[in-house]
Write a protein that binds this ligand. Structure first.
Ligand code: FAD
Length: 355
């Protein structure tokens, strides 16, 4: 047996689990459910700060029409429903952490580590990484990389770090607008740079920003950051090219670029698993990768006839859960039970027996 109940591992600070799921998109979330029905505990990790993968990150307000038995379902609503469905199984959720390392131990179990330092000792792995982990779109000007993390930022870890400073926020979506409104009055100065006059943000936020700009409490420039102004080893401003091709210089100490996120297969490609066109090759019996004990479901995998649909990810999650069960408990007899009639499944679901 390479599995075992979830518990603190013999190594302090390492979480021991039967399965780690990489990715909390719809496929990863449904895998929590299918494993739970089989009595298998898991830990699920996502580099985003919240569950839902593409549904939440790329199209939360769009309606989906091809989820069985739900004629129409909002993408965020689908994720909310999945989160509700997995509640009984007590999975461990680890958000805002990218899984960067997967190594097989001599015992056959897996060492799994996140960039934030969380470590797991896992009996098996389900990779549900979709198109990859979402990374911030970066400011593509010379020296931006040099100042990344010190004076050029793509997310706000501590809002107070921006207080009392001259700040340029770049972008035209909700996060750019939210931070402009948040920093106004707290930062020494705030300038918003967006390449177009139109915004992709809540109309109320856009209206409030316009009002603050009219009152002179923030500066709003329509244009594109062309270069950074650097004096010695410090960034002291940005040069913005405006629509009429003239350039304006804004002095600042900090730049916050909110250009949104894009998925990148990232570390998954380095775990020694067979790939085809940037997707993990799997069998269609268990959705196991080229490495026994590592399964891949959802958009991240490929096999003859693969269709990148939520529906496919759900089916793959169910079969991969049986694959995990067999891998972790090879001597256990496998049989199919119905949630309608199985007392043990009802117990796991925490629902009463029918009258
Ligand atoms: P994803 O949703 O991509 O989730 C993967 C998650 O894994 C992400 O959250 C990512 O951050 C995380 N991750 C990746 N690597 C790591 C790592 N190393 N460490 C930690 N976390 C990691 N499909 C339909 O069936 N019907 C539709 O109507 C439909 N409409 C769509 C509309 C749009 C605009 C788009 C973009 C897609 C649509 N899709 C639709 C496709 C559907 O969204 C995807 O098939 C589905 O999201 C795939 O789910 P997934 O769980 O495999 O991956």
């Amino acid at each position: 047996m390479v599995g075992g109940e979830n518990r603190e591992s013999e190594v302090p600070g390492v979480i021991r689990t039967e399965c780690v799921i990489v990715g909390a998109g719809p496929a990863g979330l449904f895998a929590v459910f299918e494993l739970g029905l089989l009595g298998i505990k898991c830990e699920i990790v996502d580099s985003l700060a919240h569950p839902g993968g593409q549904c939440t990150e790329l199209y939360p307000d769009k309606p989906i029409y091809d989820i069985p038995a739900l004629p129409v379902c909002g993408a965020q609503e689908l994720v909310d429903r999945l989160m509700q469905q997995v509640k009984p199984f007590g999975a461990g959720f680890h958000f805002g952490q990218e899984v960067v390392e997967v190594r097989r131990q001599a015992s056959g179990r897996f060492d799994v580590a996140t960039a934030a330092g969380t470590r797991f000792d896992a009996g098996s792995l389900i990779i549900a990484g979709g198109l990859g982990s979402f990374q911030p779109r970066r400011l593509l000007v010379p020296d931006a990389e040099r100042f990344e993390g010190s004076q050029v930022h793509y997310r706000v870890r501590r809002a107070e770090d921006f207080h009392g400073r001259d700040v340029v926020v770049a972008g035209g979506g909700d996060s750019a607008l939210d931070w402009v409104l948040e920093f106004c009055g707290k930062a020494r100065s705030v300038a918003l740079v967006h390449r177009r006059a139109e915004f992709r943000a809540q109309p109320a936020s856009v209206a409030r920003m316009g009002q603050l700009a009219a009152e002179g409490r923030i500066r709003h420039v329509t244009g594109t950051i062309q270069s950074l102004v650097v004096a010695g080893d410090r960034l002291t401003g940005v040069r913005v090219q405006q629509a009429d091709k003239t350039t304006v210089e804004l002095s600042c100490e900090l730049v916050l670029a909110c250009f949104g996120l894009h998925p990148k297969l990232g570390p998954i490609a380095n775990w020694g698993l067979a790939l085809e066109k940037k997707a993990l090759k799997v069998d269609t019996e268990k959705f196991q990768t080229s490495e026994p004990g590592i399964f891949a479901i959802g958009d991240v995998n490929t096999y003859p006839g693969k269709k990148k649909l939520i529906l496919s990810g759900f089916h793959e999650a169910a079969l991969a859960a049986f694959g995990v069960q067999h891998y972790v408990y090879p001597d256990k007899r496998q049989f199919l039970q119905y949630t309608t009639t199985s007392p043990i499944m009802r117990e796991r679901l925490g629902v009463a027996a029918p009258e």
